[in-house]
Design a binder for this molecule. Structure first.
Ligand code: NAD
Length: 418
């Protein structure tokens, strides 16, 4: 299974930390698996039963935290590993949350809006006693959004008989959300890129970047990298993309992209403005550009043993989850490439969720500029902490991130049976 590498790494790091086998097994096992049957009356009057899952992996450091996804492929195996990753992510960026994940095995395209609402309400009824702003805090994920989260929260509040805005994050602004949330994953990625770029020993203006993916993560990332002074020379989405030696501009490119143009048809150079000099790339070949920093921000398993030798970047920032396969890693390390791992690089979203939760539950006042700056500072600090472990222990950044996360989880775990 593609996520085997995560359990293997926990075992490897556990051994390195001299943890006993039982402790390693506990880290690999979710604390609670909740599977519920969700009978929903469809618009045609018939009842259909859907399967809902919530997996609470670890709460040693705080309430379980993680998204709810609606997808036909939602399964216990997948949700378990995603919940595990959330425990590691919250620990590596050092916020007082644990890890969880959940979802419903459904193709939301096949349901009407009222059916989707009834399904969400049924799910909230079924899990309301194990969810809560101090117990387990869901958020939007694949195919879920602030509107679905609002249905979930309204039904949860009906069941517990009081208001509880902190039970979910990723809310719309008018429902208690925060402004920085939408761009937070991309912003966090730009912050770690800025910090790790110091390794290149050249001015930021000369550091070249290629980005695969121009959705929520890739587009905000491109904007913030440009604002920080980087030279983003290549961008591609699933349909292909463009390359320009002198760099591309974000704002006009994104505006035209949003209005329906293909990214490969838009060429606006950072220096010369609208231009005909862009080279076209495919969704794949954007990975092979001669750049300092490559950022896969689209889907998993893009860099494998089959294409790793073609990568020319010096640094890879994993914004997508699991974009580099286990067998590709040794090939990349042999070429001297640094990889900033996904559990650190794409943690900006959950960090913003923490700020939102602080606003709702602890009445912390938070404005856009301060949340943005806090997020940048915290992501950079997390990277420096991981780099320090990597240097001291002579490990990759991925292994170091796991060491740091697991050490923090173990330190917070109550010692029982004593
Ligand atoms: P999105 O759906 O908004 O955008 C995905 C982008 O990837 C699109 O531009 C799409 O065209 C492109 N793409 C899809 N298949 C591709 C392919 N085969 N080759 C090249 N490009 C391809 O998704 P997103 O929210 O931007 O998330 C991107 C990645 O980041 C995902 O792997 C996601 O799991 C991960 N991630 C997202 C968040 C978040 O807050 N959105 C948080 C953590 C991790």
């Amino acid at each position: 299974m593609k996520y085997d590498k995560i359990k293997k790494l926990i075992k490897k790091v556990g051994r390195k930390l001299d943890l006993e086998q039982g402790t390693i097994d506990a880290l690999k096992s979710p604390q609670r698996i909740i599977e519920v049957a969700l009978p929903v009356i469809l618009d045609n009057g018939k009842t259909k039963v859907f399967k809902g899952i919530r997996i609470q992996h670890n709460n040693a450091r705080g309430p379980y935290k993680g998204g709810l996804r609606y997808h036909p492929g939602v399964s216990l195996d997948e949700v378990e590993i995603l919940a595990t990753l959330m425990s590691l992510k919250t620990a590596v960026i050092n916020i007082p949350f644990g890890g969880g994940k959940g979802g419903i095995a459904v193709d939301p395209e096949q349901l009407s809006k009222p059916e989707l609402k009834r399904l969400t309400e049924k799910f909230a009824q079924s899990v309301h006693d194990v969810i809560g702003e101090h117990k387990d805090i869901p958020a939007p994920d694949v195919n879920t959004n602030p509107e679905i989260m609002k249905w979930f929260r309204d039904e949860y509040e009906k069941n517990i008989g009081k208001k509880s805005p902190g039970v979910i994050t990723g809310k719309a602004l008018e429902d208690g959300g925060i402004e920085v949330r939408n761009e937070a994953t991309g912003l966090g990625g730009a912050a770690v890129t800025h910090e790790v770029a110091k390794r290149l020993n050249k001015p930021i203006e000369d550091v070249t970047v290629a980005i695969q993916g121009f959705g929520n993560v890739g587009s905000h990332l491109a904007r913030h990298l440009e604002d920080m002074g980087f030279k983003v020379v290549a961008i591609a989405d699933a349909s292909g993309g463009i390359y320009h030696d002198d760099g591309l501009t974000y704002h006009e490119t994104h505006k035209r992209y949003r209005s329906g143009e293909k990214i490969s048809d838009v060429c606006i150079c950072k220096i010369h403005g609208p231009s005909h000099d862009c080279a076209k790339t495919s969704a794949q070949s954007v990975l092979y550009q001669k750049v300092d920093i490559l950022i896969p921000a689209a889907i998993g398993e893009q860099i494998t043993a089959a294409n790793a030798s073609k990568i020319k970047a010096k640094i890879i920032i994993e914004m997508a989850n699991h974009p580099v396969t286990e067998d590709a890693e040794p090939i990349l390390y042999k070429k001297g490439i640094t990889i900033v791992p996904d559990i650190l690089a794409n943690a900006g979203g959950v960090l913003a969720s923490y700020y939102e939760w602080q606003k709702n539950v602890q009445n912390v006042k938070i404005d856009y500029n301060s949340s943005k700056q806090n997020l940048i500072n915290k992501m950079k600090k997390a990277l420096r902490e991981v780099e320090k472990v990597a240097k001291n222990e002579k490990l990759s950044l991925r292994e170091a991130a796991y060491i740091l996360a697991i050490t923090r989880i173990i330190a917070a775990t109550p010692k029982t049976n004593k």
